[in-house]
Design a protein around this ligand. Structure first.
Ligand code: PAP
Length: 322
């Protein structure tokens, strides 16, 4: 398909399609998309021009996007001495921008929020460093993201918890009459690679390989590592972004500001809705438990996905804590 900001109906009709949660997904260059995400992807590829000092966050869905957005936004702003809007203590936490808005307002997803606008927005006037996020597979990124010195931070998560998180999220879009989508069906779709921006393993491996090839450009993080060692991982992240922390207290502040417990308890995330599709902010904050999959998977499912994971990641050097 040609790079074009216009995705015509006839172009869409030529793409393979699958039903995911009763939602039509279209396969373009090996990955699955909603039609409007694909349309925005075309606009992004035609119009976005990356700068050397851009920071682009990337993730499949439900692997820690919101956490990474909050962390990077806080790191970049905390390291700016001119910025007085960030809280230093619990008492003045109302001055932290995360209190006012969901992290997705500050770090917008290129093919979901930014380039879904028509006409495409002019982001060239945004102050550096610009922070964006994308769910796109590495292959589908605009060339300028690959060729400039901008930094890419990717977050992955073990496939079992990713699927369970996805299942809870998409069930929120269903009516009480529809009830939850059968988990067995969701499992079959996922292991066959069918999910928004999937196949999951291809997505993860493209960025993993890129991070091995260009470690100064692509930082590969894992949700489980961030949970296990937040101080070590957040310090590593800040260093990669060129914003190392001054002292231990600063790291702890950022970790606290971005913690699930705190974000979940903020008024804006309890009762706010996103301005794009009207989704409740609360749907982005659930349990964040590593191993929550055990509540949904049968032994047989678990074994099947273990085998697939082993096969897909074989020889890559990538492992997930499950
Ligand atoms: P997205 O890709 O659609 O933006 P994303 O933020 O990756 O979604 O996924 C939400 C998951 O991250 C939820 O996981 P769970 O369903 O297993 O609970 C959510 O709880 C978790 N999450 C959101 N914010 C945080 C955070 N600050 N710290 C840890 N986990 C978080």
């Amino acid at each position: 398909m040609a790079d074009s900001s216009e995705l015509s109906k006839s172009m869409l009709d030529q793409l393979p399609t699958e039903s995911f949660w009763d939602i039509p997904l279209y396969q373009w260059e090996g990955f699955w998309y909603r039609s409007y995400h694909l349309e925005a992807t075309m606009a992004l590829r035609s119009h976005f021009s990356s700068r050397d000092d851009d920071i682009i966050l990337a993730s499949p869905m439900k692997t820690g996007t919101t956490w990474l957005k909050a962390l990077c936004f806080s790191i970049v702003n905390a390291a700016n001495p001119d910025n007085e809007t960030l809280a230093k203590t619990d008492e003045d936490h109302h001055r932290d921008p995360l209190v006012e808005n969901h992290p997705a307002i500050y770090v917008q997803t290129l093919e979901v929020q930014v380039y879904s606008a028509k006409p495409p927005p002019d982001v060239s006037s945004m102050k550096s460093p610009r922070l964006f996020h994308t769910h796109l597979p590495y292959k589908a990124l605009p060339d300028s993201i690959k060729t400039t010195n901008c930094k890419l931070v990717y977050i992955a998560r073990n496939p079992k918890d990713t699927l369970v998180s996805m299942w809870h999220f998409f069930n929120k879009l269903r009516t009480p009459e529809q009830g939850p989508y059968p988990f067995e069906k969701a499992f079959e779709l996922f292991i066959n690679g069918v999910s928004h921006f999937g196949p999951f393993f291809d997505h993860v491996l493209q960025y993993w390989n890129q991070s091995l090839k260009s470690p100064d450009k692509v930082l590969f993080l894992k949700y489980e590592d961030l949970k296990r060692d937040p101080i070590g991982e957040v310090k590593k992240l800040a260093l990669f972004l060129g914003k190392p922390f001054g002292d231990e207290k600063e790291v702890e502040d950022v970790i606290w500001r971005c913690s699930l417990e705190r974000l979940k308890s903020l008024e804006v995330n309890k009762n706010g809705v996103d301005p794009w599709v009207g989704m409740q902010n609360s749907t982005y904050f659930r349990t964040g438990i590593v191993g929550d999959w055990k509540n949904m998977f049968s032994d047989e499912m678990s074994e099947r996905l273990d085998q697939i994971t082993e096969q897909k990641l074989m020889g890559s050097g990538l492992h997930f804590q499950i």
